[in-house]
Design a protein around this ligand. Structure first.
Ligand SMILES: Cc1cc2nc3c(=O)[nH]c(=O)nc-3n(C[C@H](O)[C@H](O)[C@H](O)COP(=O)(O)OP(=O)(O)OC[C@H]3O[C@@H](n4cnc5c(N)ncnc54)[C@H](O)[C@@H]3O)c2cc1C
Length: 464
């Protein structure tokens, strides 16, 4: 059999995992059909036009980490890598307006290591330095009990002072795992720290975070559509897949909710964790996958695009608000990040992760809460007027990994020849992130292509 002979591959789901799968299968010369339930592509990473202010903000600020190698590979494939900036620093802001630049590099990184964090004083600095050293040691050489306890319990066990948690560590847990320290398994942030440290060592660059300088449709979708047009990828919107069809242990295609059958030589199922149940009923071993799905519960994020009549005086592109209400609170200066003029209005986006309480409130209440927060931290916001407020509630933004869930995320390879799973919830080095989605796509595509290369019905092993 010739290497990677042209087969018909169906990709189910047009979020990042499905987009990357479709792009990479097309690059490998496969005939691809992409089926997306909604009227547009992008899944959880989309731009949302707001006619009232003639603007196109995102469904929520998406931040990059320097270790996002598969996401960067995707951006290379769709030609938009230039639209990501890594400034190497963010700012932490205290109530009243005092700021401190934070970074994991150079002097700032060293100050963090010795416990010199905002709000951490006296003997707490020594305790912080000691606890941080234990934390890194236990992340690298993990004790067996790490997945039995929450991150909150881990921090208490190693004596990490509350002031250091407020200043840095609770935010890191929420930022990395998508959920609160008293919910997330301690193993999740530990694994991610190890991934980050390994990447930083391999690339000899400190961990840093970055952001897109364009909206998410321009970053992720426009370039993909060009690849699809150039390679004859058939993209079908409002195509809801209701089952993945299997005969004699081999995938045969999918059935849509209107009964239409789409035949295929290979299928990548790239739907989110909360949509997978029912699709895999014909797949041997689906019970274990569904059991894992039940344990990966959705976490809400509330984002607000606030169009104000004046500048609130942010000193950096993004600022973390020190001592929030137990959730991660961040403000983004979108116009600075996108190099756009602030003539008509000043746009600030706020993100509240693990926003279990906020998500139940009305738009007006959420706007008032966010404005009160800005006024507490930014003196220039005291008299600011809201020209327009655009609230985005996403009750299913990310998923929680509670204690006892280590190892439950399924691999991309399935028991069915020609069927692979993708999506941020499948097994990767990352948790519920854009990188997780793209890494899963890379592995799923490898499973499909390796099957061709082997010339048999055997499944290829996922790449490490
Ligand atoms: C507000 C917000 C902020 C975030 N911030 C960050 C961040 O800063 N950094 C970061 O790395 N990550 C962040 N994330 C997480 C990141 O967006 C996700 O991990 C990633 O986009 C998931 O991609 P995916 O392709 O796995 O799933 P999705 O994007 O959910 O895509 C799945 C697609 O499948 C489609 N689908 C579902 N069922 C069917 C069906 N039966 N038939 C056909 N199609 C179907 C859906 O409509 C969807 O388009 C954030 C998420 C949100 C919501």
């Amino acid at each position: 059999m010739p290497e990677n002979r042209r087969r018909h591959c169906v990709v189910v789901g047009g979020g990042l995992a499905g987009l990357a799968s479709a792009v990479w299968l097309a690059e490998a010369g496969q005939q691809v059909t992409l089926l997306e339930r909604r009227g547009s592509l992008g899944g959880r990473t989309i731009a949302m036009p707001v006619a009232a202010v003639d603007d196109v903000p995102d469904n929520g600020q998406h931040v990059f980490a320097s270790g996002y190698e598969h996401l960067m590979r995707y951006l290379d494939s769709v030609g938009t890598r230039e639209h990501v900036s890594f400034p190497g620093h963010m700012t932490m802001r205290m109530p009243g307006g005092a700021t401190r630049v934070s970074s994991f590099a150079g002097v700032s990184g060293l100050r963090t290591a010795i416990g010199d964090l905002p709000g951490v004083t006296g003997v707490d600095r020594l305790r912080t330095a000691r606890a941080q050293a234990t934390l890194i040691r236990q992340a690298l050489r993990q004790p067996a009990w790490l997945d039995d306890i929450t991150a909150d319990e881990w921090f208490r066990r190693i004596g990490l002072p509350q002031s250091a948690r407020d200043a840095l560590w609770d935010g890191i847990v929420i930022g990395l795992t998508g959920d609160k320290p008293d919910i997330s398994s301690a193993k999740v942030p530990a694994d991610l720290l190890v991934t980050g440290i390994r990447r930083a060592r391999a690339t000899r660059t400190p961990i840093s975070i970055g952001y897109p300088t364009v909206d998410l449709d321009t970053l992720f979708i426009d370039g993909a559509q060009k690849v699809f047009a150039d390679n004859g990828v058939d993209v079908r919107h409002r195509a809801v897949v209701s089952s993945i069809d299997v005969a004699d242990g081999v995938v045969t295609g999918v059935t849509l909710s209107d009964g239409e059958k789409v035949t295929a030589d290979a299928v990548i199922c790239a739907v989110p964790v909360w949509s997978v149940k029912g699709l895999l009923d014909q797949v041997p071993g689906h019970e274990a996958i569904y059991a894992a799905v039940d344990q990966l519960t959705p976490v809400p994020i509330v984002s607000v695009n606030l169009y104000l009549d004046r500048s609130i005086g942010m000193s950096d592109w993004g600022e973390i608000l020190y001592g929030g209400e137990g959730v991660l609170e961040q403000v983004w200066d979108r116009q600075r990040m996108h190099g756009r003029s602030a003539e008509q209005h000043h746009l600030y986006s706020t993100t509240v992760s693990a926003a279990y309480d906020l998500t139940r409130k009305s738009n007006a209440e959420i706007t008032d809460i966010q404005m009160a927060m800005l006024r507490k931290y930014f003196p220039d916001a005291t008299d600011a007027e809201v020209i327009h407020s655009h609230v985005v509630r996403m009750p299913k933004s990310t998923f929680a990994q509670r204690p006892g869930t280590a190892g439950i995320r399924p691999e991309q390879r399935t028991a069915v020849a020609g069927l692979a799973l993708a999506g941020d919830w499948t097994r990767t080095d990352w948790t519920t992130t854009m990188e997780g989605a793209c890494q899963s796509a890379a592995r799923a595509v490898e499973v499909i292509l390796a099957r061709d290369r082997s010339g048999t019905r055997e499944q290829g092993a996922p790449t490490p």
